[in-house]
Every structure is written in structure tokens, then in C-alpha cells.
Ligand binder design. Structure first.
Ligand SMILES: [Ca+2]
Ligand SMILES: [Ca+2]
Ligand SMILES: [Ca+2]
Ligand SMILES: [Ca+2]
Length: 357
């Protein structure tokens, strides 16, 4: 069996895995931590991911970067050969409120490259998401402040100026190129999710959440909108609306298979509009095929909280959904983009300490 690399980035200060964190975090949270605490962004490197035998699978831990933000949003992407990562670093040449800056680093099998700035436009970045193609090209999407903020600016100003930006890494030049904002408005655009099959010059699907009322979570009165843009291998299409979501949106994920043009979004929504109750958190699905979106369809119905859906295409092309049902890390898999009934649910891990997303 061919050895593969498994890499896990984590924040040593919290020991909280945050590979695919989607929750919105305010810049002031980061800014308030600047200069106060030395943090490390680390990587665990396992030489053979197909075994849990530590003798066969020697693991090393190395610091990727020191003095990082406590919530530095590390994200990994692989094309089956190479692995790259993006995260938020602390650009200390900027004023406190603006100093979160997205960077990337590539693993060459031996070491991580020096962090490389994705687009140093002077404005704060959050939640970078990464897609790595077969030719080592990369697409990155992130939350990007439209303006350089004054340190006295309030949180509402920051929320209203949040946009979605994209850039492409050119493996020929070794540079991030073509950075552009896909949104330009006066309301919140957050939580980008980028997906594709990772082929050469591949297409990609980018989704994000907009809220015209600047509501961080949304509600029936202040609905969220799922927005999207397709990358055709060269350019990004003008953003369009997939669907309105009249519920608080807790978390979501997107997958897209460029060969078939099919995609799937799974969201955890709080369906009674009351965030203090979690038993009504349910998963909903939304399918995509060649530019058309289906309707919002409820996947779970029981009175246990369902949250933090994560989607992937496995090496055989199966759709795999993993999420938390109360204290049970659960999964469903399907050979198509239609997920099976809940009776097919498998429990990966059960944690008696209770629910946590
Ligand atoms: Ca920026
Ligand atoms: Ca915006
Ligand atoms: Ca609720
Ligand atoms: Ca449920």
C-alpha cells in the first residue's frame, strides 16, 4: 500500500482542531490578542496515514510559525501528492485592527516553505479557504475587509465592510496572482467554502453566506443568503444567489465535482430561531447541478442537535458527510450526490462528555 502523508495543523495554545472552521470571528477578537501571547502554529506529520500503528507511522511535530493569533484559522488542501496550508498571520507593520493577513505555505515532503502573503492590501483578512489542483495551482478565497479600519471603528463597521476575495497561485511564477473582491456592498459576506475536483486547470465552486441585515447568524426576520461563483479555470463568474435561508445558520460545507458539474451543500440550521435551544439544530441539504440549485431539504428530524457538517469526495468519488449528532461523530456516504436515509448513519466516535461543535 502506497504510503501517504497525513498532515494536521493545529493551534498549540488551545489544542483545538480547526481545519475547516467556518464560524465568523471579529477582528477585534484577534486584535485584542496581538502582542499579548506567544502562540505557535504547528504541524503533525505522519508518514503513513493508513495506519494508526505509531511504530509504522512515526509522527513528528514542528512549528509552522510562531507568534500567531490564537484563532489563526489554519486550512489544509491536498491534491493527492502535494499538501499546502493557509492561515492568518500577524502583520505587525499594520495597526492592531487591520493586522490579520492570510498567508500560504507548501509542504515539499521534508519541510514547509516560508509563509507567502496572498494579497497584502493593508486590510484585515479572515478564514482563508484553499483548493489545490493537480498542477500545484491553488485557489484561495477569504473574508476581506473592504477598507483599512481606524482602531476606533466599531464591530458593526467591520461587519458591514466584510467582503469575499479570491486569488490564484501560479505554480509557474510561484506567486499569488489576480486577487479580486467578488463582492462590493455594505453588508456582511462571510464563511467562504471553495471546492473542486482538483484537476489541472480545474473548475471550482465557491459559496459564501451573505446577510443584508448584517446579522452574524441570521434569522427568519433577517435571513441569510447562500451566494456562489463558478471558476472556469480562468475567470470567476459574476456572483449569483443560490437560495435564501430563513433560519440562523450555524455551520455549513460545500463539495463540487467538476467532471460532472454536481455539487452539494449541507448546513446546520437552528430552526426555531432561538439560539439558546440546540435540540432543534438540524441538517439541511441543497444540491447543485451545472448552474441550477435545488430546494432546501431537511435531512435530520430528531430532537438531538445536529451540527458542524463536513463534506468530502473520497478517492473513489463517493460523497462523504461527517457531522456531530449530539455527542456522536456521525457519517453518511453515498455514491451519488443524494444522501441516503438516516438509518444508514454510522457512528465514528462517541464522546460521553457531551455535545460540542
Ligand atoms: Ca485584505
Ligand atoms: Ca459585504
Ligand atoms: Ca434553537
Ligand atoms: Ca436533530
Amino acid at each position: 500500500m502506497r504510503p501517504t502523508h497525513r498532515l494536521v495543523t493545529y493551534d498549540l495554545s488551545t489544542l483545538t482542531n480547526r481545519f475547516r472552521g467556518k464560524s465568523f470571528c471579529g477582528a477585534k477578537t484577534f486584535a485584542s490578542e496581538v502582542g499579548r501571547t506567544l502562540r505557535l502554529l504547528g504541524a503533525i506529520i505522519s508518514q503513513n496515514a493508513r495506519t494508526t500503528d505509531t511504530a509504522k507511522s512515526p509522527t513528528t511535530i514542528a512549528a509552522l510559525q510562531e507568534a500567531v493569533f490564537p484563532l489563526s484559522d489554519p486550512e489544509l488542501a491536498s491534491n493527492g501528492q502535494a499538501v499546502s496550508s493557509v492561515w492568518i498571520m500577524d502583520n505587525d507593520s499594520r495597526t492592531d485592527i487591520n493586522r490579520t493577513m492570510a498567508v500560504s505555505s507548501a509542504w515539499n515532503g521534508t519541510e514547509w516553505s516560508q509563509p507567502q502573503t496572498i494579497n497584502d492590501d493593508g486590510t484585515a483578512d479572515f478564514h482563508p479557504q484553499l483548493l489545490l489542483s493537480a498542477d500545484d495551482a491553488m485557489l484561495c478565497a477569504w473574508e476581506d475587509q473592504k477598507i483599512v479600519l481606524n482602531d476606533s471603528d466599531d464591530f458593526e463597521t467591520m461587519v458591514a465592510n466584510m467582503e469575499i476575495s479570491v486569488a490564484r497561485y501560479n505554480p509557474g511564477s510561484g506567486q499569488w496572482e489576480g486577487a479580486q473582491r467578488l463582492t462590493d456592498n455594505n453588508y456582511l459576506d462571510r464563511s467562504p467554502a471553495i471546492s473542486g475536483s482538483g484537476g489541472q486547470n480545474d473548475e471550482a465552486l465557491l459559496t459564501w453566506i451573505s446577510n443584508e441585515s448584517n446579522d452574524l447568524i441570521g434569522s427568519s426576520a433577517t435571513p441569510n443568503t447562500l451566494r456562489f461563483s463558478r471558476f472556469d479555470g480562468q475567470t470567476w463568474a459574476t456572483p449569483d444567489t443560490a437560495i435564501e435561508i430563513p433560519y440562523p445558520l450555524i455551520k455549513y460545507d460545500t463539495i463540487f465535482e467538476s467532471s460532472s458539474g454536481k455539487g452539494l451543500v449541507v448546513m446546520s440550521l437552528d430552526i426555531d430561531d432561538d439560539l439558546s435551544t440546540i435540540a432543534d439544530r438540524q441538517l439541511f441539504t441543497l444540491t447543485y447541478q451545472n448552474g441550477s440549485w435545488g430546494s432546501l431539504t431537511q435531512l435530520t428530524t430528531d430532537d438531538l442537535p445536529d451540527d458542524n457538517p463536513q463534506l468530502a469526495l473520497d478517492p473513489s468519488g463517493n460523497v462523504v458527510l461527517v457531522w456531530l449528532k449530539d455527542s456522536e461523530l456521525s457519517s453518511l456516504s453515498a455514491t451519488s450526490f443524494t444522501l441516503p436515509e438516516m438509518t444508514e448513519r454510522q457512528i465514528i466516535l462517541s464522546d460521553e462528555s457531551g455535545y460540542s461543535n
